[in-house]
Design a protein around this ligand. Structure first.
Ligand code: SF4
Ligand code: SF4
Length: 303
């Protein structure tokens, strides 16, 4: 098989896996990168090794269970000093849905230096190869004593055309204009990936890609379609960029048309979902606070 730049050294780059207690979902995806030709790590000049001493890149899966911790740290310490460590899947990156478990002692970076994150649950094979490309670049720079260069954001995965069209879950997208601040999304998110922050002029929603497991529940239960699951799997990044991996939007307050109190008006998407064809009377209600709406609807006097 052709050897592609950047891992084009005569001696293949050694990839060494450590499972810290994963469900094996990420490990199955890693297996794809050795068993399926179009995703084979040989394209990047790499090969898997079972010897910790041959590890140039260490791929870590799982949320780091308490039970596995000491063995994981011992194995990682046995790999060469200049290896590059990649956290594979959302579990080692942030803990994912296991983050609060008594049996887990993650995230991984609390215990050892992590260079590259490839979040996802699990990440697609294309994302894994992109993460390994990042690791190869860091390895090259480390050996040459230089700064790793930024790989182009739109770099294409080697493989047959059309693989990007495969329907799969990926990065969540947020449309603040459709949000009504009901917070159902946060309620159903087992990964704790969604936060709300009340600001002077708006409510801010932040979604952490490094915590999201692509379950799609927030999108399913969002009454207005403000959150949607995309097929964008390009989530690999350097660990130093971890806190920039967010989706964020501001939902602005507007004064209640009745009393002037700041409210989040009902988005047209909500009215259409609730009434299909809202009439002008219903349209008037959307800019009222609950108290004024009640007063206008059933004539309850304002206290
Ligand atoms: S994104 Fe959807 S579910 Fe979340 S607060 Fe906004 S409208 Fe509600
Ligand atoms: S898809 Fe939505 S509900 Fe599921 S983990 Fe991601 S943010 Fe949370």
């Amino acid at each position: 098989m052709a050897i592609h730049e950047p891992g084009s050294a005569a001696e293949p780059v050694g990839l060494f896996r450590i499972n810290t207690g994963s469900c094996n979902g990420c490990d199955v995806e890693l297996a794809v990168t050795s068993a399926v030709a179009e995703f084979d790590v040989e394209q990047l000049g790499c090969r898997y090794t079972e010897s910790a001493h041959e590890a140039d890149i260490v791929l870590v899966t799982g949320p780091l269970t308490v039970r596995a911790r000491e063995e994981v740290l011992r194995l990682h310490a046995a790999t060469p000093r200049d290896k590059v460590t990649v956290a594979v899947g959302v579990c080692p990156v942030s803990g994912g849905v296991f983050r609060d478990s008594y049996a887990v002692d993650g995230p991984l970076e609390r215990h050892l230096p992590v260079d590259v994150n490839v979040p996802g649950c699990p990440p697609r094979p294309q994302a894994l190869l992109e993460g390994i490309r990042e690791a190869l670049e860091i390895r090259r720079a480390r050996r040459e004593g230089s700064e790793p260069t930024r790989l182009p954001g739109d770099r294409k995965q080697p493989g047959k055309p059309g693989t990007d069209n495969f329907p799969a879950r990926g990065r969540l997208s947020f449309d603040a204009a459709a949000c009504v601040d009901c917070r159902m999304c946060r309620h159903v998110c087992a990964a704790g990936a969604i936060r709300f922050e009340e600001r002077d002029e708006s409510v801010r929603l932040t979604l952490w890609h490094n915590s999201c497991v692509f379950c799609g529940l927030c999108s399913h239960y969002c009454p207005t379609g403000a959150l949607s699951v995309t097929g964008d799997w390009r989530l690999d990044h350097r660990a130093t960029d971890a806190f920039r991996q967010i989706e964020r939007g501001e939902v602005p307050y507007a004064p209640c048309a009745g009393c002037g109190e700041p409210i989040i008006p009902a988005a047209p998407q909500l009215l259409h979902a609730a009434f299909r064809r809202p009439n002008p009377e219903i349209e008037k209600l959307k800019n009222l606070c609950p108290t004024c709406r009640q007063r206008m609807s059933i004539g309850v006097p304002r206290r």
